[in-house]
Design a protein around this ligand. Structure first.
Ligand SMILES: [Zn+2]
Ligand SMILES: [Zn+2]
Length: 370
């Protein structure tokens, strides 16, 4: 059932899943009035993240239907609240995964809002006013300005959209290990998908030697010729894995399928670190010997804080980094989600919201939604 929160008076057209079939259909709903800390954004583009698929289909058992997915949003500011000094009407902006955090804990104070215990997501979250948040598969968004970032003028708004989730997810661990400012390291990127391909671009832009590690030999040419990777290891090829032992300073593991971390850890030098950003629904296999006999560490990381999202965007502007995308339209979201489920996309779908007609639904549905 749609929400009926006071002040939610703006009618918006969007696209939602209504049950665990995950099928996305047109949906008319309400957003809050633009508050004093808010900006209203006319959405131009929204990326399709793997998370959208999980949430639409209730894979994690936490979906509140109807759900309007989308947390890789770019658009133009159309309204600003009286407290907002950092944005003006007409600004090109982006919104990622965060809609609200507590603003008071140590993590919020240090702009690591992504680790706030009270963080609420851009969709399927609960905003400060008690309303359920609706995401970027829609024509318009009202967002608190503290969770909004500027998109550099030289970046196209469609290919910049996935930077808001995929981009910052791989940037944050690189930054955390000072790899954005200490060039010349040997970095491994496991998995060449939506996350991995941006990680390779960052690695090269920051002056590192980048090795892609993948189960698919067919990706070698693309990794090297198109993305600029220096080396490629087929993880199912024992000889190649042997040759790569103790060669890497740092590994970013983007794979979201169940796998064993042991052979990958062997690729790290002594004292090296692997950061895991993929989220398999089954536990990893983690043998102790490669950790103990190489003093190696395995860590996790989730998206990024707002300051580092801003820093990432500036660096993307400076180095001209965007995602490689396939543009799609709202009426083809279901086909796109099916292909995302099969990892059949290079490397991210982005929905062209700007050029789509407003969602239309039949009268019955409008009544029950409003
Ligand atoms: Zn995402
Ligand atoms: Zn907090």
């Amino acid at each position: 059932m749609a929400q009926t929160t006071p002040n939610h008076t703006q009618t918006v057209s969007g696209w939602a899943a209504h049950d665990s079939s995950g099928e996305i259909t047109p949906f008319i709903f309400k957003r809050r009035e633009n508050g004093i800390n808010d900006v209203t954004i006319k959405i131009l583009y929204c990326g399709i993240c793997h998370t959208d698929l999980h949430q639409a289909r209730n894979d994690w058992g936490i979906t509140m239907y109807p759900v309007v997915p989308g947390h890789e949003i770019t658009g133009v500011v159309t309204k600003v609240g009286s407290n907002v000094k950092t944005f003006s009407v007409g600004d090109r902006v982006g919104v990622g995964c965060l809609a609200a955090t507590c603003l008071e804990c140590d993590f919020c104070k240090e702009s690591q809002e992504n680790y706030c215990e009270d963080l609420q997501f851009t969709y399927n979250g609960i905003f400060w006013d008690g309303s359920i948040t609706y995401g970027g598969y829609s024509k318009m968004l009202v967002a608190d300005h503290r969770y909004v970032v500027r998109i550099p003028e030289n970046l196209p708004m469609d290919a910049a959209a996935p930077l808001l989730c995929a981009g910052v997810t791989v940037f944050s661990p690189l930054r955390d290990h000072d790899l954005h400012k200490t060039p010349g390291k040997k970095i491994g990127v496991v998995g060449l998908g939506g996350l991995g391909h941006v990680a390779v671009k960052f690695g090269k832009a920051f002056g590192h030697h980048v090795t892609v590690i993948s189960t698919s030999p067919s990706k070698e040419k693309e990794a090297k010729d198109h993305l600029g990777a220096d080396d490629f290891i087929v993880s199912t090829d024992d000889q190649q894995m042997q040759k790569g032992k103790r060669s890497l300073d740092f590994i970013l593991n983007t794979v979201s399928a169940k796998h064993c971390l042991g052979p990958l850890l062997e690729l790290l030098k002594v004292n090296g670190t692997m950061v895991v950003v993929g989220a398999p629904d089954q536990p990893f296999t983690l043998p102790s010997f490669p950790m103990i006999f190489g003093k190696r560490a395995v860590k996790g990381s989730v998206i990024g804080g707002m300051d580092e999202t801003r820093e990432m965007m500036e660096l993307c502007g400076k180095h001209n980094i965007t995602c490689d995308i396939e543009l799609t339209s709202p009426d083809k979201i279901n086909q796109a989600l099916d292909r995302v489920a099969k990892n059949d996309v290079r490397y991210r779908f982005v929905i062209d919201i700007a050029n789509a007609p407003a969602a239309t639904v039949d009268d019955d549905q409008i009544c029950s939604n409003l």
